[in-house]
Ligand binder design. Structure first.
Ligand SMILES: [Zn+2]
Length: 294
């Protein structure tokens, strides 16, 4: 009798054992990497590149990793990541709306010099979402003329950035992060966290976040769309001061989009956003989220 009862109980015992194992696996897949492991993930992602990676807890604002220390604190020109701040300045001051459109025909004269956008034939007519996603300089030059220098500088200070210049010659160049502001990687992660924390009660911030999401789904950070994770972010490729022909690379973003766990900022001294910062960010996000990305 005992043996028969045991045999009858075996299948349910096996099910219990399977369930216990599955839940243990699920738990290990849900655990975020510890500080030392995350630091390794960030350093490996940077590889031979000179630059910095900062990962911040989106909920608490704690810096989870900032490597290497000196580079993560070094102020650098933000390039097109600045468009996040310019957009916020325009939206919150009522100078632009989510439906404001400007036309990009590739070139625009700024301060007596013809400046070009990245697409040879121009981006055409764009709204704010598209302008952030495509990182259209000509759109932001025109927006800057409407928003004005003071509003943009004020927004930078609101975002907690200390390297904000007092005098700026060109609102257009300020709007695209080529003049007037220097931002460290730590400040950049904090700036993103401000978007994340305020978007629920600040419609302007929500619109900025939406543009950042679109940059990943159909814009300049598309490489991050295939991670099985809803990433949002903004790229930047400012000219190097010592050699304007050369560029730095930036990526600043957060994930997952609807319930952000981390904010991330990547700066690479050489290359540009597509060739350096975005691939580094992809490695960090893969390392941080692992199986949880699905
Ligand atoms: Zn354009």
């Amino acid at each position: 009798m005992f043996i028969i009862a045991l045999l009858r109980a075996l299948p349910s015992l096996a099910v219990l054992l399977c369930l216990a194992r599955a839940s243990a696996l699920a738990e290990s897949a849900l655990a975020a990497p510890g500080a030392a492991r995350l630091r390794d993930i960030c350093l490996n992602a940077l590889g031979e590149r000179t630059g910095a990676v900062v990962v911040m807890d989106a909920r608490t604002g704690d810096v989870l990793a900032a490597v290497p220390e000196d580079w993560s604190r070094r102020p650098m020109p933000p390039g097109s990541v600045a468009k996040i701040v310019t957009a916020y300045a325009g939206l919150s001051g009522g100078r632009i709306t989510s439906t404001t459109r400007f036309h990009c025909s590739n070139a625009l004269t700024v301060g007596g010099k013809v400046r070009h956008c990245t697409v040879p034939g121009g981006h055409g007519s764009l709204d704010l979402d598209q302008a952030i996603a495509q990182s259209c300089n000509v759109w932001f030059y025109q927006a800057a003329r409407r928003i004005g220098t003071e509003r943009i500088l004020k927004a930078w200070r609101e975002f907690g950035v200390t390297g904000v210049g007092k005098r700026v010659d060109s609102p257009e160049r300020l709007a695209v992060g080529e003049e007037g502001v220097q931002v460290s990687c730590i400040e950049m992660a904090r700036l993103v966290r401000r978007v994340v924390t305020l978007r629920k009660r600040d419609r302007s911030m929500e619109l900025v976040a939406r543009g950042m999401r679109r940059a990943v789904t159909s814009g300049t950070a598309k490489e991050l769309a295939g991670l099985g994770l809803s990433v949002a972010g903004k790229t930047g490729s400012p000219s190097q001061a010592s050699d304007p022909e050369k560029r730095h690379g930036w990526f600043a973003g957060f994930a997952p989009y609807d319930n952000p766990q981390i904010c991330i900022a990547v700066f690479c001294q050489e290359g540009n956003s597509y060739r350096s910062a975005v691939p580094v960010a992809a490695e960090v996000l893969k390392g941080y989220f692992g199986n949880r990305a699905r």
